[in-house]
Design a protein around this ligand. Structure first.
Ligand SMILES: N[C@@H](CCC(=O)N[C@@H](CS)C(=O)NCC(=O)O)C(=O)O
Length: 246
């Protein structure tokens, strides 16, 4: 379970959006899925408290965390000041980004045409770039057996997805026109994808990676609790791999 010691809320730049009375509670570990939300919170400039969920130690299975995130995955949030002034918990990074975007009216446009574009690229990340890069990472780095077919299948798919993104970014600076939650969702995953596929083949993606990565909030979001990351031990593999229904 996440540490009982929540970190102090971080000071944020002023924003015109309405500020919550109470900090958002972020259940987090420094991985690409976690970064999506730490980046968004930094971009919003709102106070939040971090509860580390050490997935190597199996803290994602703690009953108290499962009440918030029944899929035993981080990230998750609790907004103590949810709809009707009552707390609300949200799991799944895409749903969290949409919730925060709606609540604070930033990085998630209301106009339907613009919103649809953001959602297309957000779901493209959640259903494609993230899982496929995750599988490439698994078969390239963690699978106990070396399976050339699996490596090729997922490396190829990551390559294909980066090609799609490269074409999209040939006519615009950001995935959905203006900088949005779709860019935040994809950014850390593109860093990860670059470990499996040479990004130099995708110059528009590279330029976008650097453009987004130059944003101070993105840097802060990526750096959040980075010191907690460590190589996975054999004991930790048991928590992370081979999970079945309990
Ligand atoms: N679809 C989920 C995926 C989240 C996810 O896979 N989180 C990983 C870390 S990047 C996790 O919590 N893993 C714990 C586990 O495998 O038990 C989301 O987008 O929030």
């Amino acid at each position: 379970m996440a540490s009982k010691k929540a970190r102090k809320p971080r000071r944020k730049a002023a924003t015109k959006a309405k500020k919550p009375a109470k900090p958002i509670q972020l259940y987090y570990w420094p991985t690409p899925n976690g970064h999506k939300i730490s980046i968004m919170l930094e971009e919003l400039g709102i106070p939040y408290e971090v509860h580390p969920v050490d997935i190597g130690k199996g803290e994602q299975f703690a009953p108290a965390f499962l009440k918030i995130s029944p899929n035993n995955r981080m990230p998750a949030i609790v907004d103590p000041d949810g709809p009707g002034g009552r707390p609300i918990s949200v799991f799944e990074s895409g749903a969290i980004l949409q919730y925060l975007g709606r609540k604070f009216g930033k990085f998630y446009p209301q106009a339907e045409r613009a919103r649809v574009q953001v959602e297309e690229w957000l779901f493209w990340q959640v259903g494609g770039l993230g899982p496929m890069t995750g599988q490439a990472n698994h078969f390239n780095n963690y699978a106990p057996e070396k399976i050339p077919y699996a490596k090729k299948r997922y490396n190829d798919e990551v390559h294909r997805l980066l090609g799609v993104m490269n074409t999209r970014l040939s006519t615009r600076k950001y995935l959905a026109g203006s900088y949005s939650i779709a860019d935040m969702a994809c950014w850390s995953w593109v860093l990860s994808a670059g470990k499996h596929v040479p990004l130099v083949e995708f110059p528009n993606v590279l330029a976008w990676r650097d453009r987004v990565g130059a944003r101070p909030a993105v840097r802060r979001g990526k750096a959040l609790a980075a010191e907690m990351r460590r190589p996975i031990t054999d004991e930790e593999r048991k928590h992370l791999f081979g999970q079945r229904a309990r």
